[in-house]
Write a protein of this length. Sequence first.
Length: 761
Amino acid sequence: MISAIDKIKNLGLLFCDYAGATDLPPFKQFNLIYGWNGSGKTTLSCLFDAIGGTSIPNLEYQIRDENDAKYKQGDPFPCKIRVFNTDYIQNNVTLLESRTKSISILLGKENKDLVASVEADRRLLLGGPGAPGKKVLRETYQASMDNLVSSRSIRFTEVAKTIGAAIGGNALRGYRKPEAEKDFQTLKAKASLTESALTEALACVKQESMPEVSGVLLEKLVLQPGDVPLEMKDVLDRATNEAARLLTATPESEIISRLAANPDIATWVEEGRALHSKHNSKACEYCLQPLPEFRVRELAHHFSDADRKIKDGLDTLTDSLTTAFAKVKSSSPVDGMHLFSELRVEWAAAIHLFETSKRTLTESIDRLLNELKMKKRDTAHAFALKEHPDVQPLLDSIANLNRITARHNGKSKEFDKARNEAVRLLKGHYLSGLFDEIKQTDTTVATFAGQIKSLDEEIKIIEDRIGENVAKMSSDHKACETLNEKLATFLGHRELCFVPQPANAEKGKGSTTTAGYRIMRGDRPAVRLSEGEKTAIAFVYFVVHLSDRNFAVDEGIVVVDDPISSLDSNSLYQAFSVLKNAVKDGKQVFILTHSFDFLKLLVNWRRYGGGAGHFMIKNTLVNGTRCAQIRPMDKELHDYESEYHYLFKVLKQLSKDQDGSIAAAYPIPNVARKVWDTFLMFSVPNGKNQYRKVEELKQMGFDAEKLDAIYKFTNDQSHITGAGFNPALVQEAKKVLEELFEMMAQIAPDHYKFLDAATQI
């Protein structure tokens, strides 16, 4: 037997780097492993295929047996292993022209009485001369019902066009038949409008609608990296004060009169000194004459450090003013055409004032920049500040513009509210024109549906009888009968059955051979099988396969991965019965399942049948990657009688563990949907679907917005969309979880209190 799995590498994403926990109990003779869909059960079952000899590229593993002997990839394991999983189904049940080509059994003479009975039943179904069969009659009813449904669909398409044209805009392109049918379902009675009310509603929806617009913002300035952002007024006030200081400052140095009198020559000489110093020139680069030492000293005194500080200050101030100039220049309001028409004249006047103020301010800043430029050219002389840029007129004009945009936005909000109400009235008015006709059509369709249902029940009885008789047709070899009996036990009905597929008879011997089985659905070859039916057929074959001469159940290891996957819940007990009897004598058995109901059957069986190892597959995040771990089964799966308790506890834990990542929020929709479905099942026990139950809770006074949010989240987010990850899932999951718990506590306070107390984390 296998007692432990020490490591697994490169087995899918979930088991890419698995290490067995040291505190995990050893596997027993019978082992029950629980895990959600997608948690890694099927991936783990593939490991047992590999242990049994199947090659999986790059796989590495190490296991131990009950004697603590270790086995790794490539080592022969002493026990034979049979694994039932999706790979087994694909490899052993190949459907081609409704035949399972993996099964081929010799069959003998068919029973003539059974053939006659089957033919009589076929005539009942398909009819004969002068007598239409039940299936023909059903098709007639179905055609009549389909015609009514088609006519109903056309009427909704037509009214959708009318409504779309009436409400106009984007709705004209987006309002279609499904929307019309959905709105009709909310119509409890006719809601026709009077002529004047209709005219008023049409005028309302045709009015010009304008979206909200943004106001004008004079951005704050950051003059140096790390500085606190400053308002424009503060920037200009500081700049003006600094300009006044710098313009009056002069360097205390020896002044060369010619350079002082000619700033352009001074600038040229100063730049030349810097270049001679940079290139270590000993002679004048212009005339190539040696530089006299007295002249070098004289120029050094003229261009003193104080002079450099003044110029650096002028440069810094120039940069600040240039930045402010650019910000002012780039400020711009929206085009007046984006405002309601009655505001545009006032807006034009405000824009004129704004542009005038902006131009005045930029011209003032530009003149101040020129003063700084002149000072830099002649730092030896003091100058009085002439220009004082004033930003207040521009700020006042911006405030005036923003008051107008605020009035526009206020009207825009109220406008949408009035228009939406007009749209609602128009939909009700035009849909009321169909009210009587559609209600009568729905009544007639319901009558046909009842007749079809009654015929379906009769047809099923006949088809079951045909299936039973066909199943009895067998050769001396009993495999066909055995397969059909087990399939009927597994599914809980005889709708599907195997029929020998005859090949050419051998001349003179009066016998036929079979080339596999034809799968029949009633009296007709099955052309399509549901996933549940495929699983059932595969598992029945697997059970028969366990009894072949190449495998002994009491000496081998049997691994079964979700034999009830895709099956109807009605087949749960039959599937359990087949599984239990097939593996009860196994040397070692591993059963993996995602179904809590099926798990409870297994747990109860082993509780009174000698015990079992109880494990589950949990997923954790390691460096942002989802990984699977085999852990002891949570006690809730032992102690509670329903999956509801367990999933409620999981949902509470998920809510607690939210860390702002998509990965942490990703499992929530599936768990929340199951919890919400189960809660509604007993809190609103009327047999209706989830949407109808939510609507009834709204009518009872519970918060409609929160109920709608829960319904949309648990439905939309728990299905495959084909799109990428939605970043909004994180915040939406957190919010909806709070609302879900809140609604449960309000709708069924006593139930919620006991449930919460019983699932403490």
